[in-house]
Design a protein around this ligand. Structure first.
Ligand SMILES: *[C@@H]1O[C@H](CO)[C@@H](O)[C@H](O)[C@H]1NC(C)=O
Ligand SMILES: *[C@@H]1O[C@H](CO)[C@@H](O)[C@H](O)[C@H]1NC(C)=O
Ligand SMILES: *[C@@H]1O[C@H](CO)[C@@H](O)[C@H](O)[C@H]1NC(C)=O
Ligand SMILES: *[C@@H]1O[C@H](CO)[C@@H](O)[C@H](O)[C@H]1NC(C)=O
Ligand SMILES: *[C@@H]1O[C@H](CO)[C@@H](O)[C@H](O)[C@H]1NC(C)=O
Length: 451
């Protein structure tokens, strides 16, 4: 049942804190970039020695803010727009309009990476304030855009980027309205993409939209994967079978791994800038990002169980309303990643490896109690609520299990910094890391085989 103890051979990269401070390379503004989906992108840009500025409200999860601030400029600003009479947004007096650091600055950004526009109004405001000083705008979008699109007409079973289409207001207001109502997040993401296209077509800056599927990775703000991980671990001893939503048994789930987002961002920027061929292939384009394998719920549970050495997974089919099903968030799918593979030369992590890395991360922070006390507390709270009457005994089992593991596991072979590094990006085949590797370490490729 136990995960093999971590070995120092897992360390892929130098700790962030040990990097020299001065940066060169691109000047990049990351909107958001301190949360679950974005922090590894911010980190990667820092590691590749770009001059990174990141803008967020300043909430810190997982100490990320503090760690990132050492090497990048942080602008503390709140993007939420106030609503005036009749629910009208007030971009003149709220959101980024109050962000002095941004409005006073005249810095030319080679790239803006936007993880935080939640509504088209927020995006428009950023576009207006940054007009004339952006090389390329990378918008982090979602495969929820397909939820609000017309049904595909091709025979390809996977969703293609070109499927995110809906009739304009002038063409079919009713159909557009009905599609918009299907998924509020998908609607907002597609509106943002449409807005970026509009400003690009009228002479504005180029953009690239990266559409994420169900996102997995370390350091979630929610406890989705973390709970799944613990549940898979506990379900047999507690006779709490994993639940399958009976309406989604055969639905393949596209999964995006957070380090792979970082890889796509740097590749898109480098292509848009013409450092790698070719700007015209990426500017104004959208790319789906997901692992090659799109498992069903049952397969996903098995994949999560494998690295824990949980030999089999018990499941029960539950009606949609009463099930606790953590994935998928969005059922429209799976997505084709052919375009990202071909045009961005992007290579997503193998799903099993990705899940193994995330499993190791959560296991490690459950065993090693030195850090992340707050996050564990939140996890126990939320887990209790989500599991209802089973919550207390579940949490009790988990506490006892890790107390036992703590006696035997060897996690303290690693120091604190190492933990942040163990599941970072693979070295980019396109851009092998410079000579920062130490001679006595094995090459990253060899190390990967230890995963
Ligand atoms: C890095 O970006 C900041 C903007 O946040 C700018 O003030 C600074 O001059 C830049 N540094 C270099 C070396 O370009
Ligand atoms: C951000 O701004 C919104 C709208 O003004 C406000 O409701 C919210 O409390 C602010 N959040 C923070 C963290 O300041
Ligand atoms: C921005 O400019 C205003 C007016 O010039 C000034 O009062 C304010 O301190 C500046 N803010 C920052 C963060 O530089
Ligand atoms: C689109 O596909 C869904 C599911 O396959 C189906 O229920 C719906 O009727 C289709 N809509 C149109 C307009 O064809
Ligand atoms: C699920 O819940 C909705 C609203 O709460 C209800 O209308 C629907 O009948 C329920 N479906 C089942 C299968 O229980």
């Amino acid at each position: 049942m136990l995960l093999a103890p971590l070995r120092p051979a897992l360390l892929l990269l130098a700790p962030l804190a040990s990097l020299p401070r001065e940066a060169f390379g691109w000047s990049v503004l990351v909107l958001g970039g301190t949360g679950f989906r974005g922090h590894l992108t911010t980190e990667r840009l820092i590691r590749e020695r770009h001059n990174v500025t990141f803008l967020s409200r300043g909430n810190s999860y997982w100490n990320l803010l503090k760690d990132l601030k050492v090497h990048a400029t942080h602008w503390t600003c709140n993007r939420t727009l106030d609503l005036g009479y009749g629910g009208v947004e007030l971009p003149e007096s709220s959101g980024l309009a109050n962000c002095d650091a941004l409005t006073n600055s005249t810095v030319q950004f080679d790239a803006v990476v936007d993880f935080s526009s939640k509504k088209v109004g927020e995006l428009k405001q950023a576009v207006n304030l940054l007009r004339g000083r952006v090389g390329v705008y990378i918008f982090i979008s979602s495969h929820a855009v397909y939820d609000v699109s017309k049904n595909a007409t091709h025979s390809e079973p996977l969703l293609l980027e070109s499927d995110a289409k809906r009739p304009g207001r002038e063409v079919s207001p009713l159909e557009r309205f009905e599609l918009k109502a299907k998924n509020v997040h998908g609607d907002a993401a597609l509106e943002c993409e449409e807005e970026l296209m509009k400003q690009y077509n009228s002479g504005g800056f180029p953009f690239v939209a990266l559409r994420l599927a169900n996102v997995v990775g370390p350091k979630e703000n929610t406890v989705r994967f973390w709970l799944l991980h613990l549940w898979v671990r506990a379900h047999i001893p507690l006779t709490m079978p994993m639940q399958l939503d009976e309406t989604l048994l055969e639905t393949p789930i596209s999964v995006t791994y957070t380090p792979d987002i970082a890889q796509a961002v740097v590749r898109a920027i480098s292509r848009s800038r013409g450092e790698t061929c070719c700007p015209e292939h990426v500017n104004g384009e959208a790319f789906n990002l997901a692992c090659e394998e799109a498992p069903t719920q049952r397969m996903l549970y098995n994949r999560v169980a494998e690295p824990m050495r949980v030999p089999y997974v018990e499941t029960q089919e539950v009606s949609r309303n009463s099930s606790v099903v953590l994935y998928p968030e969005i059922v429209r799918g799976p997505v084709s990643i052919a375009k990202a593979l071909d045009v961005l030369r992007w290579s997503p992590t193998d799903l099993s490896k990705a899940l193994r890395s995330v499993a190791m991360f959560y296991d490690r922070i459950m065993v090693d109690e030195k850090k992340y006390r707050y996050e564990r507390g939140v996890m126990y709270e939320k887990t209790k609520k989500m599991l209802g009457k089973d919550g207390p005994r579940f949490c009790e089992w988990i506490r006892a299990h890790y107390a036992e593991r703590r006696k035997f596991d060897l996690y303290d072979e690693l120091d604190d910094e190492d933990q942040d590094d163990m599941l970072l990006v693979r070295p980019d085949p396109e851009k092998r890391p410079p000579k920062r590797r130490k001679a006595h370490r094995k090459s990253p490729d060899q190390k990967r085989t230890d995963l």
